[in-house]
Design a protein around this ligand. Structure first.
Ligand SMILES: Nc1ncnc2c1ncn2[C@@H]1O[C@H](COP(=O)(O)OP(=O)(O)OP(=O)(O)O)[C@@H](O)[C@H]1O
Ligand SMILES: [Mg+2]
Length: 519
């Protein structure tokens, strides 16, 4: 060891001499001669110096585009080495709260990778005499230098650097501020309108902890999301694009939109809130899809209201068709409208293509979520498994869901009034939104007791109202049945008359129409 130490001290003094000569060359020799001498000096250094150095510049080639590798290393070092470095630089703000720190210029840190020692230095070069008066620091060229012994060349260049880049990119992803995108039409560069994504920061506080629903069901959804998030290899293995469709359905105020925010926060994904009615046609829909990024949730809320995609509406249209098919004016008008629609509206097949057609070419890791209040109205093709893989019903507030709300809103986990609330919730349908509203204190004087009593009062009122409505409905039904029975038992009344009138009316109408046509 002593012998090795001596050798290294000799190497050190040789290196110091070479560096001294190098500095003199830099200072006093003309450029061409300098380059020539530099080449030879490097050769000598390479011969005696057993270390390899790799430099990573902040800007390579394109002056305006920061090197992704440099950024990844910067993130990697700020996460792994900033605790050991003595001089740090504050760069950015994460979540508007904490500063992101990185190595300051000319700072060095060491680290070990699989037992191999490495040195990182951060440096900057300022080219002589080329200062920009408007941006005094714009000519500074920052770079990181990695030094390691040449015997580990393969390990470092193949494994270590890949590890650094992956970790650095992961950190960048975590540090990014998540966004909520929405589509709206805007003037395109070449004129004309086209829908584009615009964004704001996504800062919704919803989480699965605050979401009121049955714990077993909640856990099942969390497990499903986790399996999806970590399923890159699995999806590749089964040859399926890395995407998953969720259909959230249930009455208004049961937490569908809240659940989407909780999902986005849980997965750390961006959200694209797609307003289908603002999309001009299928082509535009496809363009919007291609512009979405990985690790995102694409949401179409109230899918039943967005487009003419529901079975019932098609049925209705068919009826209209048969009534109007004979009238030449309405036939022409409808043909014009249909022509217009086929060019300017998103169709069901366009939407289906949006969901499965182009997905595989788009990278993946996207969730698509539809919400609706009326699941039965939707076209089965749209929500079949494979498109909407998981159907989640968000329903009226049960006792388990109430307990979550009571804990969130009042910090109460058990109370004498709970059993009464449990009984009432079992008797009437009320949404978590209504329960939440009643649990929220309306003034500083309202404590948990008062809020729970408010809820009980609201539930009892709702129960009375439901009983009254039920009695009213039953009375109406009974009256209708009695009327029907009366009509059936009296052959001269109503029914025959109606039949007769109908026949005559129709006949009258036909005669009138024929008359006017003949005229
Ligand atoms: N399951 C729930 N857990 C926690 N809070 C809820 C839940 N359901 C509703 N809420 C509360 O009620 C409000 C309305 O809920 P939300 O907007 O998620 O309902 P929705 O199902 O999307 O309704 P809509 O069908 O009208 O869009 C939310 O702001 C939230 O505070
Ligand atoms: Mg909603």
């Amino acid at each position: 060891m002593v012998f090795m130490g001596e050798i290294w001290s000799q190497v050190g003094s040789v290196m110091a001499s070479i560096m001294f000569v190098y500095a003199i060359i830099q200072q006093y020799f003309p450029y061409n001669l300098r380059r020539h001498l530099e080449k030879h000096t490097n050769k000598i250094v390479g011969f005696v110096y057993p270390y390899i150095q790799i430099t990573f510049h902040e800007y390579t080639g394109d002056r305006f585009k920061r090197s992704e590798v440099y950024t990844a290393i910067q993130n990697y070092l700020s996460a792994n080495s900033s605790s050991r470095a003595k001089r740090l630089r504050a760069n950015d703000i994460k979540d508007n709260k904490s500063l992101v720190l990185s190595l300051d210029d000319n700072e060095e840190v060491t680290e070990e990778f699989q037992g191999v020692k490495l040195w990182w230095t951060s440096s900057k070069k300022i080219p002589q005499g080329s200062s920009n008066p408007f941006y005094p620091n714009s000519d500074e060229k920052r770079y990181f230098k990695l030094t390691f012994h040449r015997t580990h060349r393969q390990l470092i260049t193949e494994s270590f650097l890949a590890h650094v880049l992956e970790e650095g990119k992961g950190i960048a992803f975590k540090n990014r501020q998540r966004k909520l995108y929405t589509n709206g039409s805007g003037e395109s560069f070449y004129g004309g309108n086209r829908t584009k994504w615009s964004h704001v920061l996504f800062e919704h506080p919803a989480s699965f902890d605050t979401l009121a629903m049955e714990p077993k069901k909640k856990q099942e959804i969390i497990n499903d999301l986790l399996k999806f998030k970590n399923g890159k290899e699995y999806y590749a293995k089964i040859g399926k694009a890395w995407k998953r469709g969720y259909l959230l359905y249930g009455p208004p105020g049961t937490g569908k939109s809240t659940m989407i925010s909780a999902m986005a926060n849980f997965l750390d994904y961006d959200v694209y809130d797609l307003e289908l009615t603002a999309v001009k046609d299928n082509t535009e829909l496809r363009k919007l899809l291609i512009e979405t990024s990985n690790k995102s949730i694409i949401v179409i809320e109230d899918i039943d209201c967005s487009l003419d995609l529901t079975g019932q509406r098609k049925e209705k249209k068919k009826d209209e068709d048969s009534e109007q098919s004979k009238d030449p004016v309405s036939v022409q008008k409808r043909a014009e409208e249909e022509g217009k629609n086929s060019q300017s509206k998103v169709t069901l097949s366009g939407l289906l293509n949006f969901i499965d057609g182009i997905w595989s070419a788009c990278g993946g890791e996207r969730l698509i979520v539809f919400t609706t209040n009326y699941v039965d109205k939707l076209d089965p093709a749209l929500i079949r498994r494979g498109r909407m893989d998981k159907h989640i019903e968000l329903s009226y507030c049960g006792f388990e869901a109430f307990k979550v709300l009571a804990k969130n809103y009042l910090d109460v986990e058990s109370h004498d009034l709970f059993s009464k609330i449990e009984r009432l919730l079992g008797e009437i349908d009320t949404t978590p939104a209504d329960v939440a509203e009643n649990l929220m204190p309306k003034s500083d004087e309202e404590d948990a007791d008062k809020c729970l009593k408010n809820l009980i009062e609201a539930l009892e009122n709702a129960k009375e109202e439901a009983i009254r409505k039920k009695a009213e409905d039953e009375a109406k039904l009974q009256a209708a049945e009695e009327e029907k029975l009366e009509e059936e038992s009296d052959p001269k009344s109503g029914k025959e008359d109606v039949k007769c009138k109908c026949g005559n009316g129709a006949l009258d109408k036909e005669v009138k129409e024929n008359g006017s046509v003949n005229k």
